[in-house]
Design a protein around this ligand. Structure first.
Ligand SMILES: [Zn+2]
Length: 196
């Protein structure tokens, strides 16, 4: 059973967060994380972001996606308004960094983000947000506003016991590299993007 393995304060450029690590056992080196902004009251409606790991975008500032900018924007938002970022270890829409690099190599040959995954025999999007709902329950959060453009994340809350009050959009402007990727997100995955 997944539990809180450890927690500690992390001062960041945006503000202080309390970081929680969740896993089934202490020896798990890739636990899911929750970053809780100061002045977040779990008994009220809590602003929440489900964010899946993207090492290329977040650590190395890859321009192929907008994950790093979304994480920064979410940290800024939570610092200003209170809330929780649930950071899920689902690298590359849950295909892992090796497969993600393979898919990127196919994209260099002209295939798009969905075609590349399918050519590798992988799902277009293998993420699952049930674990994020489980973390909300461990934290005893019952009502949320979800910071997302992704309808799958909204769907994961249906019949979950956690009440979704509002969706808060988290839209990042495209750059010269990721425009077609964002178009695919909108047209194929149905993401709620107004600016694409
Ligand atoms: Zn990314």
């Amino acid at each position: 059973m997944m539990t809180i393995q450890a927690k500690s304060n992390i001062p960041t450029d945006f503000g202080v967060f309390t970081m929680y690590a969740f896993s089934e056992n202490e020896s798990d080196w890739n636990p899911h994380l929750a970053l809780v902004a100061q002045n977040t009251d779990f008994s009220k409606t809590v602003n929440v972001r489900f964010h899946s790991e993207c090492i290329t975008g977040e650590i190395f500032h890859s321009k192929k996606c907008e994950c790093g900018q979304q994480l920064d924007a979410a940290m800024k938002f939570m610092t200003e308004n209170g809330g929780v970022i649930i950071y899920l270890r689902q690298e590359g829409r849950n295909i892992g960094i090796i497969n993600k690099l393979k898919a990127y190599a196919l994209q260099e040959k002209g295939f798009d983000t969905v075609e590349a995954n399918l050519m590798l025999g992988l799902p277009a999007d293998g993420r699952n947000f049930d674990v994020a709902v489980e973390i909300l329950k461990i934290l005893q959060i019952q009502r949320i506003n979800l910071l997302t453009n992704n309808p799958d994340k909204l769907k994961s809350l249906e019949n979950s016991g956690v009440i979704l009050e509002r969706r808060l959009p988290l839209e990042i402007d495209s750059n010269e590299v990721n425009e077609s990727y964002l178009v695919k997100k909108k047209d194929y995955f149905g993401h709620l993007l107004e600016r694409v």
